[in-house]
Structure formats: C-alpha cells, structure tokens
Design a protein around this ligand. Structure first.
Ligand code: NAP
Length: 294
C-alpha cells in the first residue's frame, strides 16, 4: 500500500487561510492588529533568510511586523534594553530574537528577559513549564506544527507508541511532552531516544509514530521501522547544490526506502518545514487575543 504523503505545504496553506480570516475579524470586530518584533544580531546568511521569511509571512497575513537588525558586536546590555522596550510596547504581541546569537551574548539571559506573554517561540522557562504541565497557551512552533500535521492528516495518537529520536530543547523534548499529554492529539506512550540510547533500532522498530530530529541525513533506514509506521521527519540537511547553486535538502529519514513500509510520511522539503513559521504566526495572533482578554 502506498504511503500517505503528509504535505506540510498544503496543511500550512489551510492554517494560513484560517489565520487570515481570524486576523481580519480581530481588526474589524476588536480593532486589534497583532504585531511581531523580530531581532537579528549579526549577519549570518541563514538567520537573515529566516527573519526575512517571518517578516514576509507577517506582511501576507496582515500582522504588523517590526524588524531590527543589529550589528554583530552589539552588547548584551543593548540587546536586553531593546527586548525590554518591546516588552512594554502595546503594538507588539510577539518578540522573536533569532538564534543563534553571537558568542559574547548569553542566549539564556536574553530568552529569560522576554515577557512570557510575548514569547511566541515558547522558549521562556515559564512557557516550557506550562507546556510540561499541560496548561500552555503558546506551544513551541516546530512541535506545534507536528501536532497539527498529525491531527489534520487524521492520524490517531491515542494509545499509540510514539518514538522520538533527538532530545533538543526546540524539537525532541517538547514534542515528546506534547505527545504524552492526556489531551486530544496526545495520550501516546512515548519513548525518547538520543545518542546515549543503546540499540536505537530496537526502539524505532516498535514505533507506531516515529518522529526524527537528529540532524543527520538518512539516519533512519527502512530496516529500522515496522510496516505501517507513521513517520515525521523534522531534519533539514543540506546535502549538495543544484546546478543553479540552490541547496539540495534531505531529511533525517531515508524517504525513498522508508515510504515503502510507512502508512504515512512527511517529505523534506515540504513536510514539517513550512509549518514552523505558520505556527509562529498563530502564536502571535494568540498573544494579541490574550493581551485583549479574548
Ligand atoms: P540538535 O539540537 O542538534 O539535536 C539533535 C538531537 O539528536 C540530540 O538530542 C542528539 O542527541 C540526537 N542525535 C543525534 N544523532 C543521533 C543518533 N545517531 N542517534 C540518536 N540520537 C541522535 O538538533 P535540533 O535542533 O533538534 O534539529 C534536528 C534537525 O531538525 C536538524 O536537521 C534541524 O535542521 C531540523 N529542524 C527543522 C526544523 C523545521 O522547522 N523543519 C526546526 C528545527 C530543527 P544528544 O542529545 O545525545 O546529543
């Protein structure tokens, strides 16, 4: 049986259409325009592209966006002062500081300085704590995107064995926590694997739902999964360049072989990737509603 290809491109389009309508309603009925401040320190080309994509998404959806580009030698004190300014700015509902920051700036101190209600990345310890307890109104963007992909593709998680490979703070740990919540879209039995896991394939072979975020191309091959598995491939690896110089991307899963055994699988590109910025937009709208007591 051919695997269902879970298209993040399509699902993200659906969510953006819903958001466009919600933003229009907020403007018309409540005179609210959600606002996102993005801060980029330095000139890392990848970070520039990401911040540009976030700005573009805001413009398309009708979210007010304010971008600040700071030089690489910006002091931590100056960055903290800018965050404090946006914390107080009522036009701004979300503050996004693009990571990684230059080495002389402590990421943790900067994240901790963002007002939790404006922490649309959901990296602040208050929001991470709420996520674990199950009371969070913000969810971190990539894991939230994965939950939406599963839900909107009709994948049942209740009672299933979800195996997550990778324990980063931005993907592995939060998605494992979300999958085990008692709420809809969760209630799975969760196993979290990492480089300390002995005999990785003994776990991946048990997965009904396998979520992979390791950052190595083809880390998961067909012999490591069971028939009928649902595979969410978070990895984005640059494995070469096209003749025109564009990067060739591959996931962490050997798509061609694994899709022959899977019942559903996300492609790379066009799977998890398009969801992340869309969920950032959703969090910004959610924050604007929270600020207005809606
Ligand atoms: P990360 O911070 O580098 O973490 C990778 C995790 O994978 C670590 O926990 C590491 O274990 C584990 N790992 C690495 N090799 C392993 C192996 N052979 N077996 C078992 N575990 C292994 O990476 P990340 O930020 O989570 O990102 C992972 C991938 O997802 C990257 O390709 C990244 O580009 C992509 N990504 C995509 C999106 C998106 O929007 N699509 C968003 C975020 C990340 P240890 O903890 O033991 O070192």
């Amino acid at each position: 049986m051919a695997a269902q290809i879970i298209s993040g491109t399509e699902i993200s389009k659906q969510i953006r259409e819903e958001l466009t309508k919600e933003i229009e309603d907020l403007k018309q009925q409540h005179n609210i325009t959600p606002g996102l401040a993005t801060i980029l320190v330095g000139d890392d080309p990848g970070s520039k592209v990401y911040v540009g994509q976030k700005e573009k998404a805001c413009n398309k959806l009708g979210i007010y966006s304010e971008r600040t580009d700071l030089p690489a030698d910006t002091t931590e004190a100056d960055l903290l002062a800018l965050v404090a300014k946006f914390n107080e700015d009522s036009k701004i509902n979300g503050i996004l500081v693009q990571l990684p920051l230059p080495k002389h700036i402590d990421d943790t101190r900067v994240i901790d300085a963002i007002a939790p209600d404006k922490d649309v990345d959901c990296f602040h310890p208050v929001n991470v704590g709420k996520l674990v307890i199950g009371t969070g109104r913000f969810l971190p963007c990539t894991p939230h995107g994965i939950m939406e992909l599963l839900k909107r593709s009709g994948i049942v998680t209740d009672g299933k064995h979800a195996v997550v490979v990778g324990r980063s703070n931005i993907v592995g740990k939060p998605i494992a926590n979300l999958m085990l919540q008692r709420s809809p879209g969760g209630n799975a039995t969760v196993t979290l694997c990492h480089t300390g896991t002995k005999d990785l394939s003994a776990y991946t072979k048990q997965a009904d739902i396998l979520i992979v975020a390791v950052g190595h191309p083809k880390a998961i091959t067909a012999d490591m999964v069971k028939e009928g598995v649902v595979v969410i491939d978070v990895g984005v690896n640059r494995i070469g360049k096209t003749e025109e110089g564009r990067p060739i991307l591959a996931g962490d899963v050997d798509f061609d072989s694994v899709k022959e055994k899977a019942s559903a699988i996300t492609p790379v590109p066009g799977g998890v990737g398009p969801m992340t910025i869309t969920m950032l937009m959703k969090n910004t709208v959610e924050s604007a509603k929270m600020a207005a007591g809606l």
